[in-house]
Design a protein around this ligand. Structure first.
Ligand code: ARG
Length: 574
């Protein structure tokens, strides 16, 4: 918002001068649209071409001269220069630092009044196994996008689909029924979703030597679709365990949902829709009786939507689900699907199918993909049961943070260590996850992520806590009105970085790229820490100290705001 206020004031100033010169004025938005940044900082902070401002027949360069002659310097603008047909404008250094510092503490617009909300679909698990580390990347990326949208005044609807039916679900059910019936999560002391996942792994192990199990699972799915009482009871029990455990993991990550869509409740509608489309001649039938969406004209491979045995597919429920969402929320501006890049083709085919079926909002669907997450030990495999699940990784990070505290601050109480270690572990996890460009693959190195002196979440938390401690230590209170004393090169650099905050946040939102904000925060913290080591903030000159405190506090506010937008909580003391 900082630059914006300069834009507005400059527009006012220009119009005032045009009036004085008896030349037609322009509305503020069109003047602002003309403003550009000069090619280099010595040429000024803003530049405005005068082609459209000069009265008919007057030479633009001459008019620029005339404008400059009449433009009045103000609290915000200290100098105007004519450069050919451009007027270059210089911000007043006496007030600029103060404006930047004040902007750091400004409050963003209140979300919720938006009539065209954005739905962000994320997490969206299958109920045959617990959340894995890939879901953590999903949760972290989605949370920061949600906060960026809200920060921009958008109303966001947090949604997930719970894929609670299908052959993979039947696999863990089947294994449990065959080999685990007498046990429960309680009797084994396992977290309930881990318990379900254990049976999925068992199934996979046995199926390697006994392929008939695959057919049994498929047969169970048919029975499930026929509403077989026994299969449905088994399914209900397993699903409740899976879902209960997943919501516990969401709570740890701070993930919440406004609406949960359960595939089992509407998968049948997907079938109905594709059958109607088939009657209309939009789809085709394969030799084995399967129903297929022809997608050649979209340059995509065809997609089956009903199997030969009549059962439905994951893809099929997604067709109906998209329609249902636009029906339930008719004013949705868009739906953002936060789903692994592995499913890129799925979503291309889905959005093309929606178009083919004549769904008018097909264009409003966007797939925000993200690359595979692995651990340094190698690729995970859910089949072999070597996936590190989300809970285990979080436990490991918390454990590492606790150990660090036991070394560094053994005087703290156990409960205080637990509280702080949890915040540190989450900051390590979330920052590492969003710092990398979502499109790229990521190897999650727990040690590196939690290091206090690396480019990490804990390092940023450490920097905010350090600034708070400086503010506490000083016997003075900060004073933004002294900000014109901030003239050291590093101070100027810090002010420049601070002045870019709003642009960076806007770019992170526009390009679905929270990592841009992550890098920005690191740049700010690194520059501040250099400054801290080479400069005395607390010192003899009281006025200067107050100015530096104001700068440090603006940096803290910016770091905290940025971390908040990345879904990360801070600590007042490390
Ligand atoms: N449950 C799916 C999976 O784990 C992801 C669902 C993504 N969302 C969707 N609308 N298809 O692979």
């Amino acid at each position: 918002m900082l630059l914006h206020s300069y834009h507005e004031k400059l527009a006012e100033n220009i119009n005032h001068t045009l009036n004085v010169l008896h030349v037609p004025t322009h509305d503020a938005p069109s003047l602002i649209a003309m403003m550009v940044r000069p090619p280099s900082p010595e040429k000024g902070d803003l530049s405005i071409p005068v082609f459209k401002l000069a009265p008919n027949g007057q030479n633009p360069a001459a008019f620029a001269q005339q404008l400059v002659h009449h433009l009045k310097t103000t609290e915000l603008f200290s100098k105007f220069d004519a450069a050919g047909p451009y007027v270059n404008v210089f911000f007043n250094p006496q007030t600029y630092a103060q404006k930047i510092i004040e902007n750091a503490g400004s409050v963003p617009p209140v979300p919720g009044k938006d009539v065209e909300p954005v739905m962000i679909e994320y997490a969206s698990p299958n109920t045959n196994k617990p959340l894995h580390v890939g879901h953590l990347r999903n949760l972290a990326l989605a949370e920061s996008m949600i906060r960026l949208f809200s920060h921009n005044g958008k109303k966001v609807i947090r949604a997930q689909v719970i894929n609670d039916r299908g052959v993979h679900i039947c696999k863990s059910m089947l294994a449990y029924e065959k080999w685990g019936r007498s046990t429960t999560p309680e009797s084994t002391g396992m977290k309930s979703d881990h318990f379900v996942g254990k049976w999925y792994t068992e199934f996979t192990k046995h199926a390697e030597t006994n392929p008939a199990l695959e057919e049994e699972a498929q047969a169970m799915l048919v029975k499930w679709e026929q509403n077989d009482t026994h299969v449905r009871e088994l399914w209900k029990k397993n699903n409740e365990w899976a879902i209960k455990g997943m919501f516990q993991t969401y709570a740890r990550m701070g993930a919440t949902f406004d609406v949960n869509y359960y595939e089992s409740e509407f998968y049948q509608n997907g079938k109905d829709i594709v059958m109607q489309a088939y009657e209309k001649g939009l789809l085709k039938k394969a030799d084995n009786g399967a129903i297929i969406v022809p997608l050649e004209k979209f340059g995509l491979p065809d997609k089956p939507v009903i199997r030969g045995d009549g059962t439905s597919l994951y893809f099929t429920q997604d067709i109906y689900l998209a329609m249902k969402r636009f029906h339930d929320y008719p004013t949705l501006e868009r739906i953002v699907y936060v789903v692994a890049s592995e499913q890129e083709m799925h979503f291309k085919q889905l959005f093309a199918t929606l178009k083919l079926l004549g769904v008018p909002q097909a264009e409003k669907c966007y797939h925000l993909g993200y690359g595979l997450l692995t651990l340094p030990s190698g690729k995970m495999s859910s089949r072999a049961g070597t996936v590190v699940n989300a809970d285990e990784l979080m436990d490991e990070l918390v454990q590492m943070a606790v150990e660090e505290y036991n070394k560094r601050n053994p005087e703290l109480s156990t409960s205080e260590i637990a509280r702080r270690a949890n915040v540190i572990a989450l900051s390590a996890l979330k920052f590492y996850l969003v710092k990398q460009d979502a499109k790229k693959e990521l190897v999650f190195d727990p040690k590196e992520s939690i290091s206090f002196d690396g480019q990490t979440g804990p390092y940023l938390l450490y920097t905010t806590a350090r600034i708070l401690s400086i503010l506490r230590k000083s016997t003075h209170t900060l004073d933004v009105h002294a900000a014109n004393l901030l003239t050291l090169p590093t101070e100027k650099m810090l002010l420049t970085i601070l002045s870019k905050k709003d642009e960076v946040i806007a770019a992170a939102l526009r390009n679905y790229s929270p990592h841009v904000l992550g890098h920005y925060l690191l740049d700010l913290a690194n520059t501040f820490n250099t400054y801290y080591h080479e400069t005395k903030i607390i010192q003899e000159n009281e006025k200067l100290e107050k100015a530096r405190l104001a700068l440090a506090n603006a940096i803290r506010q910016t770091l905290e705001e940025g971390l908040y937008l990345l879904g990360i909580e801070t600590l007042r003391e490390m």
